[in-house]
Each structure stands twice: as C-alpha cells, then as structure tokens.
Design a protein around this ligand. Structure first.
Ligand code: MN
Length: 191
C-alpha cells in the first residue's frame, strides 16, 4: 500500500504564499487521488513492495504517471516551512559557484517554470559528481529517470496555484522562495 504523506506543518502555516484552501485541495484531493489510483493499479504483492522511486524508474503509462506524481508531491510538500532559515550549506555554495549568485539561480529557475508549456515541474537536481542542473519535466516527470538526484521542485500544474494566483504563474513561483526550507534541500544534496 502506498499512503498519503502527512504535511509537516499546519494547514495555514504557508499562508499567504500557499493558502490553506489550496493546500487542502492539493494535498487532500489531488495527491490523495494519485495514491488511490496507484494502489488500484498495483494491487497484491508484486511491484507494490518496491520503493516508490523504483516504481517511477521502472514503469510507464498510468503507473508511471501516478507513482511519479506521488513522488513529486512528496518531495514538493516536504521542502517547505513557514519560517525557514536563511539559505546556507553545500548546495547553496554550489549554486553560487555555478550561477554566480543565489538570485541569478532563482531567476533562471523561475523562468524555466514559467516557460514550461502546460503541466509539469521545474527541478533542481544533482548529478553523481554533485554538479547541479535545472530541468523542466512535463506532466509527472522527475529527474531520477535521467539518473539525477532531485533536490528542489516547483509544481507548475495549475492546481498548485490557480485558487490563489489564477493565471499568474510567475507571481506564484516568485513567492515560493519565501517558504523553501534550504535545510531540506541540503539534506537531499548531501545524502
Ligand atoms: Mn500538484
């Protein structure tokens, strides 16, 4: 059985960047539906014993879409905090090394989120040597299918922002930096 993760903060904790209403639908309805779908697609004991990441790497079609969306949302929801500490750590040092500044990185990340046509995710990921890359993944895509380690992601499906920002995807992506917990990103990077 795959299960719905608990959010590591209160429903109102991310306001005004993400409203309690958006969080309620996004976590309680959208993510729950992906979990329910995957459990229907993988009944019994075979692949269900696999880790979610293994399912994503090895599947296609409906199983990939639902497993990918669960993995993506699990990484997404757990990377936020209401009052995160200032960005610091090896991953931030590497960002500054590659992009020149954290602001320059944020600008490129946001631009790649804005320019992703339709539904999908923009990712910060690392290769085996720790070199960072920003990737655009359509629909349920995750950079682990390219052999990369996913570190940070912004969801650009309309359900992630439409209640709060309507068509203003860029404004939503720009606001998300306020709640990114860089300690979580760092832990993923050094793991
Ligand atoms: Mn979503």
């Amino acid at each position: 059985m795959f299960t719905l993760i608990d959010l590591p903060y209160a429903p109102t904790a991310l306001e005004p960047v993400i409203s309690a209403q958006t969080l309620s639908f996004h976590h309680g309805k959208h993510l729950q539906a992906y979990v329910d779908n995957l459990n229907k697609l993988l009944p019994g004991t075979g692949p269900i014993d696999l880790q979610l990441e293994d399912v994503v790497k090895q599947s296609s079609g409906a199983i990939f879409n639902n497993a990918g969306q669960i993995l993506n949302h699990n990484l997404y929801f757990t990377q936020f905090a209401p009052n995160p500490a200032a960005p610091a750590g090896k991953v931030v040092d590497q960002i500054v090394k590659q992009w020149g500044s954290l602001d320059a990185f944020k600008a490129e990340f946001e631009a790649k989120g804005v320019s992703l046509f339709g539904s999908g995710w923009v990712w910060l990921a690392a290769d085996k040597d720790g070199t960072l890359v920003i990737t655009q993944e359509p629909n349920a895509g995750n950079p682990i299918t390219k052999g990369l380690k996913p570190l940070l992601t912004f969801d650009v499906w309309e359900h992630a922002y439409y209640l709060d920002y309507q068509n203003r995807r860029a404004a939503h992506l720009s606001a998300l930096w306020q709640i990114v917990d860089w300690k979580v990103v760092e832990a993923r990077y050094v793991k």
